[in-house]
Ligand binder design. Structure first.
Ligand SMILES: Cc1cc2nc3c(=O)[nH]c(=O)nc-3n(C[C@H](O)[C@H](O)[C@H](O)COP(=O)(O)OP(=O)(O)OC[C@H]3O[C@@H](n4cnc5c(N)ncnc54)[C@H](O)[C@@H]3O)c2cc1C
Length: 307
């Protein structure tokens, strides 16, 4: 029986593990993707102490720090079920094996939001993807569309423009919501064309993607020919496991937490993009901060409960 099971191998999970390890808690940290969403960040310029670092390099440092403690057991697996039992919680892995822990920290991040338009599912993996910074490399010399107007879309367009022939940044509003740093970057690129106040209504293809259909004309046509479509329209918190345990979510489907990152279920905590903490500001610094608080919250809880 572990003192704490941390679900998620991202920024929040690794930080929670560092704190719980230093509180001498027997710590399990398990997740499906090592490094989490952080590995998709091309350039990170706001992690204190690093003026400029690539996301995968930053997450490698987090991991190395977390697993450097003897009392941290790392595992890479999807978790299919978490149930309450008499002593605490039972976590069941994809392969049917299980572990038990007195407490759980959900640091499960979020999943990419889908548009729900015709052709999206049909051409998923055949030109439609949900991570421009991860997949742009495959579109060297080609024309691509990036859909969205937030940080991921604007950063994705800037990265894609380094390899693609042409990038159409298609956004339903007239202004981007992204960090000014990335907006400046896309403005500097000659091969990015903005298609604003416009919705994509269909992904068109023939075995693979050949273009997108728009709800209004752009350069005299309601279609743009592209080889790749990167859908970057935000994400939905990964709360399925926590909700099945009875954890409350808010209107935006984030796990509700208190100041100590405790959820509505006793012994269950949450940190990072999955929680409603930090004013919904989903960043490395806030995920790490919440992970630290959750580690402390678990320590205090176990002491108070005499566990
Ligand atoms: C393209 C891009 C660029 C970004 N750039 C920046 C930046 O420059 N600066 C900045 O501060 N932030 C940036 N961010 C945001 C930042 O990456 C996130 O806020 C942060 O990584 C969130 O960390 P997290 O630990 O909460 O979740 P995640 O990193 O998403 O980790 C979630 C973990 O939970 C695991 N998981 C989920 N469900 C299960 C399950 N059922 N079983 C097992 N494991 C599960 C996942 O596999 C993963 O390991 C960027 C994000 C993107 C997409």
């Amino acid at each position: 029986m572990f003192d704490v099971a941390i679900v998620g191998l991202g920024c929040a999970g690794y930080t929670a593990a560092i704190y719980s390890a230093r509180y001498k808690l027997d710590t399990l940290i398990v997740g499906e993707t090592e490094g989490g969403m952080g590995i998709t960040a091309a350039e990170v310029g706001n992690w204190p102490g690093e003026i400029d670092i690539k996301g995968p390099d930053l997450m490698e440092k987090f991991k190395a720090h977390a697993v450097s403690f003897d009392n941290v057991t790392p595992k890479v697996s999807r978790i299919d079920k978490i149930e309450k039992n008499r002593e605490g919680f039972k976590l069941t892995y994809q392969n049917g094996e299980s572990d038990e822990a007195k407490t759980v920290i959900f640091a499960t991040g979020s999943d990419k939001r889908h548009l729900g338009i015709p052709g999206e599912d049909e051409f998923s993996g055949k030109g439609v993807t949900y991570c421009a910074t991860c997949d742009a490399f495959f579109y060297k010399g080609k024309d691509v569309a990036v859909l969205g107007g937030g940080d991921s879309a604007v950063e994705g367009a800037a990265i894609a423009a380094q390899v693609a022939n042409k990038v159409y940044l298609i956004h339903r509003r007239s202004e981007f919501r992204a960090e000014p740093f990335w907006v400046d970057k896309v403005n500097e690129k000659d091969n990015i064309e903005f298609v604003l106040d416009t919705n994509v209504t269909e992904v068109i293809g023939d075995q693979v993607v050949i273009g997108v259909k728009l709800d209004k004309e752009f350069n005299g046509s309601d279609e743009i020919a592209v080889d790749g479509v990167f859908i970057e329209i935000g994400s939905i918190p990964s709360t399925q496991l926590a909700e099945k345990l009875g954890c409350e979510v808010d209107e935006q489907k984030h796990l509700k937490v208190g100041a100590d990152m405790a959820t509505s279920v006793k012994g269950v905590f949450a940190a990072g993009d999955v929680s409603n903490g930090s004013n919904y500001f989903a960043q490395f610094a806030t995920a790490a901060g919440e992970g630290a608080v959750a580690g402390n919250g678990v320590f205090n809880y176990l002491q108070e409960e005499g566990k």
